[in-house]
Design a protein around this ligand. Sequence first.
Ligand SMILES: *Cc1c(COP(=O)(O)O)cnc(C)c1O
Length: 325
Amino acid sequence: MQVKDITSRDFWRAKKRIAPYITRTPLVYSPELSEKTGANIYLKFENLQAIGAFKVRGAANKILSLTDEQKAKGVSTFSTGNHGMAVAHIASRLGIKATVCMSKAVPAVKVKAISRWNPEILQNWDSQDAAGVYCYELEEKEGVVVIPPFDDKEIICGQGTMSLEILEDCPEIDTAIVPLSGGGLMSGVTLGFKLTVPDVKLIGVSHQRAAVMIESLKVGHPIEMPEEETLADSLLGGIGLDNKYTFDITRDFVDETIQVSEEEIAKGIAYIMENHHLIAEGASATGVALAMREGYIKPGSNVAIIVTGCGIPMSQVKQIVNDHF
Ligand SMILES: *Cc1c(COP(=O)(O)O)cnc(C)c1O
């Protein structure tokens, strides 16, 4: 089966290609949540990746698929979040020049986090959009390849490699819960499963404040929305009005999309801390938050939940510890 220009072979290719550059994360049984729901719940801990999030998978697959000529010219990104870190990290490991363009408003802590991998940082713009425009000009003029955050075949196939790992670890999985923003992760995990075992149920979960993909699905085409503050800040951002892959794939292959409240997200973070002694950022706790909702999980099912990252400020951790323990 083929979806757009993607086949299951692309996922297996990606898996082999990125193996030396990523952590093969564990799929961990969660006894408390399993007992509470009457299901078997497993957590895929992508917060254990070296940069603290799954985005190394897509970035590695995309950058490794470039030609030598392209690699010699370098890559760029205008993300200052987990994707930006992933691009800078992988480029540095491959000895490829990375340029990160960002708005003057990006706070010093974020600039410092990305600086760890020594990309060239240009902070000349008043908005992230303007920084993005410059990246594409640089691509046009000098051939510096922009590494897109989600709407790209190689990014999608890189993120989807985790489905193959989940099936290796637990072939009985019948349901997967996946945090959803631009939908690179959702599209990848969905096709990674469905092109291999079509009967796995895929559930996308987002925050309640400006979940752009979910609102776009409701009106039938990609829309733009203003951002609002949320604990799940890695789920902020649009899906692109000229979306090529992730809108269609989410619409056609994801079985259900659903939103969780800020309070539920906080409880999800607290659950992972208390029961697994690991730190998850808000975006990455949305799946656990949904599974904790009374009556949501079907008893007897075998559920994989992607815990996507751990980039949370310690002040937020402190607040959650104070509120929940
Ligand atoms: C990017 C990201 C997501 C969402 O991924 P998309 O491909 O944009 O949907 C979820 N969680 C974390 C921690 C992320 O960094």
